[in-house]
Design a protein around this ligand. Structure first.
Ligand code: 5GP
Length: 194
């Protein structure tokens, strides 16, 4: 019996550790395809075009929006981010599972288009912990940290729209939970149920 691949979507507030969990999950999970997003944000040191993201300017990004090339796209703080539609669909059609690590606005767009996806909300153990992580990772200005913490309260409201909740208190526990979700979803009998 053949079936379409499963679309796994992980999202949650900024600074919750989604990126780290995604990397660990891709290493530990066979046959899980990483979707590389497009962004208008400049590459950070050590990032390579086509590996972490496809980096492009706003004009090119807006052209892709017009051409309906995105499964979803959103403005996250001051930059645009989008998921290339064709890449995701081709892999799902081949029966391969695809992982998206995107923000909540994007996840809600994907849910509207692909309700049979598996939506996993990553939450911080508490807001103080999230504040500490944003401060310690040293990527964000004080204003941006305040903005992200404010957004976190609104974003937590979306938790109920998701299928699973993983609290990222301890990284290895969180990864184990994500792996368990993937295994359980792959073992489901009625995957292609309409
Ligand atoms: P960063 O710039 O730190 O890599 O990512 C910032 C935020 O953008 C993170 O919350 C990340 O999940 C989100 N993000 C990354 N790629 C996409 C995407 O394709 N679509 C959406 N909606 N959000 C994304």
């Amino acid at each position: 019996m053949t079936h379409n691949g499963i679309l796994f979507v992980i999202s949650g507030p900024s600074g919750v550790g989604k990126g780290t969990l995604r990397e660990a999950l891709l290493k530990s999970t066979p046959n899980l395809i990483d979707s590389i997003s497009v962004t208008t944000r400049p590459a950070r040191i050590g990032e390579r075009d086509g590996r972490e993201y496809f980096f492009m300017d706003r004009d090119k990004f807006e052209n892709l929006i017009k051409q309906e090339e995105f499964l979803e796209w959103a403005q996250v703080y001051s930059n645009l981010y989008g998921t290339p539609k064709q890449f995701v669909q081709e892999n799902l059609d081949k029966g391969l599972d695809v992982l998206l690590e995107i923000d909540i606005q994007g996840a809600m767009q994907v849910k509207a288009k692909k309700p049979d996806g598996v939506f996993i909300f990553i939450a911080p153990p508490n807001v103080e912990e999230l504040a500490n992580r944003l401060i310690n990772r040293g990527k964000d200005s004080q204003d941006s940290i305040v903005e992200r913490l404010k957004a976190c309260y609104d974003e937590m409201e979306f938790m109920r729209e998701y299928d699973y909740l993983v609290i990222n208190d301890n990284i290895s526990e969180a990864i184990k939970n994500l792996e368990a979700i993937i295994i359980a979803e792959r073992c489901k009998i009625n995957k292609d149920k309409e």
